[in-house]
Design a protein around this ligand. Structure first.
Ligand code: PLP
Length: 394
């Protein structure tokens, strides 16, 4: 049977692989050779699941959104990743990777961050384990994301500014890669989404797959079946979506809906609708779809939601898009903000603006009354309060 999971070389169809400088090869190779066997070790599994339970607060609820369902005349369930410790799904991955680093004998962690959410999730698990943590962040992002910079510092991480290029995420990533090349023995690089060279996309998807593992048993309990008709998730790099889709990828009767940020409109020049606008290229060591100019320069993405303005998507999603397995919908800033406020009023839940993109599909995408639609509510909106205040003049 055709599979939408990574093959052993880290390819999803034509996408993925490891396109890395030779000097990074030993680091990636060490991880590649060990990640699957480590994840299979009983002691690893036990510690991972114990921490997900006691520290993160899993399982997160699968909540039937009664009033939202009534309004859109279909059965909408919300997978409450917003209730995870630190406020989003990202910690599922950083818990997994810090345990991986320990098993590999690493005592120094580096990470890159754009909006700061992944930096905070990384600093959190480093504090938990008492491990040194250095987070690279573009100088412009440091200025834009002061609360997350403060959080990382409080958690004991060192935030190092990336001062080259556009001084944003891709420059921070370059700095992190340089650091890893210079410190191959003692350092593990925690990548924050299903992006980067093999084995990262597959490893991160496996750590996040706890989301769909829980959906299966929770839906069995509530609906008497493990399979929803549709699973919906927003896509930045694609990790919350990969986790929500994971156990349904090869189940064709479960529809997969990926929601991207259209910013001010797909063709406005200010967007992050990577699959709609992207072309095949290499970013962060992976062959995937990315937004680029005619001569292959990466285009600076835009979205009101800091977590979605990534210029590429992970290779799993590039393959879901080009193969037609996934349905891809782009949502503008305005529609996302409206849907976010609507969830507040209808369900008493303030969502992250990233997650609001996924919620916004119901306005145009119609479902049958007895369809079961699971929306992955990737994060809570506390971090976005200033954005909501400015937008709605609250
Ligand atoms: C970071 C983030 C995202 C986007 O990242 P993915 O890797 O695509 O999941 C989505 N929602 C929230 C709340 C985030 O913090």
């Amino acid at each position: 049977m055709k599979s939408y999971h990574a093959d052993e070389r880290g390819y999803y169809g034509e996408f993925g692989g490891a396109f890395i400088p030779e000097m990074l090869y030993p680091n990636c190779e060490e991880l590649r050779q060990n990640y699957l066997s480590i994840m299979e070790e009983p002691s690893f599994k036990e510690e991972f699941h114990q921490l997900l339970k006691d520290y993160v607060g899993r399982p997160t609820p699968l909540y039937f959104a009664n009033r939202l369902s009534e309004k859109y005349n279909t059965k909408i369930y919300l997978k409450r990743e917003d209730l995870c410790h630190t406020g989003a799904h990202k910690v599922n991955n950083t818990i997994g990777q810090i345990l991986m680093a320990k098993k590999l004998g690493k005592n120094r962690i580096i990470a890159e961050t754009g909006a700061g959410q992944h930096g905070v999730a990384t600093a959190t698990v480093c504090a938990l384990m008492g491990i040194e943590c250095i987070v690279y962040m573009g100088e412009i992002d440091i200025a834009r994301q002061a609360p997350n910079v403060a959080r990382m510092k409080m958690l004991g991480a060192e935030v190092r500014p990336a001062t080259s290029g556009s001084k944003t995420l891709k420059d921070a990533t370059n700095e992190a890669i340089r650091d890893w090349i210079n410190n191959p023995v003692d350092t593990h690089y925690i990548i924050g989404s299903v992006v980067g060279p093999h084995p990262y996309p597959d490893m991160v998807a496996r750590f996040q797959s706890v989301i769909s593992e829980e959906i299966k048993s929770q839906l069995q309990e509530k609906e008497g079946r493990e399979k929803p008709d549709y699973v919906v998730a927003c896509v930045g790099g694609g990790s919350n979506a990969a986790g929500a889709f994971y156990h349904y990828l090869d189940t064709p009767d479960v529809g997969i809906i990926a929601v991207e940020a259209a910013g001010k409109g797909i063709h406005s020049g200010e967007s992050a609708a990577t699959s709609a606008l992207g072309k095949v290229g290499i970013i962060h060591g992976s062959k995937t779809l990315l937004m680029q100019t005619q001569d292959g320069q990466i285009t600076e993405p835009y979205s009101i939601s800091a977590g979605l303005d990534y210029p590429g998507v992970g290779p799993m999603h590039a393959h879901l898009y080009t193969s037609g397995r996934g349905e891809f919908i782009s949502i503008t800033d305005d529609d996302a903000m409206k849907a976010g406020l609507e969830l507040c009023k209808l369900e008493g839940i303030i969502p992250a603006i990233e997650s609001s993109h996924a919620l916004a599909i119901f306005e145009d995408r119609k479902f049958n009354p007895d369809d079961v639609v699971v929306v992955n509510l990737s994060g809570r909106g506390d971090k976005d309060l200033q954005n909501y205040i400015d937008y709605f003049k609250l």
